[in-house]
Design a protein around this ligand. Structure first.
Ligand code: PYC
Length: 310
């Protein structure tokens, strides 16, 4: 299996070029469902240690339904198949350019959440124009065991987010353990208390939105992903959900640009335009770097060929 690894603001993406199971040719959301339900062992073996690493997202290239797209892609982490992934799309675009499959300029990419547009500015810098993102609930209070009442918004940016602003814990690298514990508890509470998307979709990510000490930076976030790791990047789908909340609150005008930092200080430039369904069309600009081109070997005699399952 040939893979190319990149990172976007420190968050790894592994593009899988071959060796995947046949997922058929229907809509990408249907193929993603098939990957999640019938081939869990496949994607877990690529994401789990020793071949994978914590926080890694896989990007499986598939034939798009829409022929105007340069590729289709299905994203996953070790614990979930994702609707969309912003940092992964920046990493995928830089990887496609590295492979000579695309040049500078605008391209379309099909994901299970819909078609997104990418603009490759140089070898590393990409703007993603995401699917329409929206806030579905504001000021929802959860009763979080061990923490008490926590109030936040539910918003969609290609994945489902519970967003708490301001963060109850300072968003600093020294607090990553505490931030992780509390956001895991919030996600569990949201599921137990039936708080999620309009069709009952479960919350898969939790964001704490904190102040940034850096001049000119709008805020700094901590984003919990489905695999209980934090996003090293500012999270593209999470930033999209956050933009939908800022727009709904009248706190950011269309076209106005802000800089969003992740907990480790990596940066996205964010803005939005109004969407046709009352949400926002987010623009996310970030940088990715290629780290490795590799052939993964799954030796039949390797006791950990399926990954280390704890
Ligand atoms: O950038 O959208 C994102 C993302 C989702 C999970 C990890 N990164």
């Amino acid at each position: 299996m040939h893979v190319i690894d990149s990172h976007t603001g420190g968050e790894p993406t592994r593009v899988i070029l071959d060796g995947a199971p046949d997922l058929g040719s229907g809509p990408l959301a249907e193929r993603a469902r098939r990957l999640a339900t019938e081939h869990e062992g496949f994607y877990r073996s690529i994401m789990l240690e020793p071949r994978g690493q914590p926080a890694m997202v896989g990007a499986l290239l598939v034939e798009p339904v829409d022929p105007s797209c340069v590729t289709g892609v299905i994203y996953f982490d070790v614990d979930a198949v994702l609707g969309m992934c912003g940092h992964g799309t920046i990493g995928l675009t830089v990887t496609l350019a590295h492979l000579g499959r695309i040049g500078a300029g605008r391209h379309r990419i099909e994901t299970p959440a819909g078609v997104v547009t990418v603009e490759l500015h140089d070898a590393n810098t990409v703007t993603v124009t995401n699917i329409e993102s929206r806030r579905v609930l504001s000021d929802v209070t959860l009763d979080v065991p061990g923490y008490g009442a926590v109030t936040g918004d539910v918003a969609y940016g290609g994945n489902w987010f519970f967003i708490v602003d301001p963060s109850p814990i300072p968003v600093e690298t020294g607090n990553i353990g505490q931030l992780t514990d509390m956001t895991v508890a919030i996600r569990k509470a949201s599921i137990a208390q039936g708080i999620g998307g309009e069709q009952g979709e479960p919350i898969d990510h939790v964001i704490f939105q904190g102040a940034s000490p850096d001049p000119g930076v709008h805020s700094r976030n901590f984003v919990l992903c489905p695999d209980d790791n934090y996003d090293r990047s500012p999270c593209g789908t999470g930033s999209s959900a956050r933009l939908a909340c800022l727009a709904a609150d009248g706190a950011l005008a269309p076209g106005e640009e802000v800089i969003q930092h992740s907990v480790i200080g990596s940066a996205y430039r964010l803005s939005y335009q109004p969407g046709v369904n009352g949400g926002v069309i987010p623009s996310i600009t970030g940088q990715a770097h290629i780290m490795a081109e590799a052939t993964l070997v799954f030796d039949a005699n390797d006791p950990f060929k399926e990954g280390i399952e704890l």
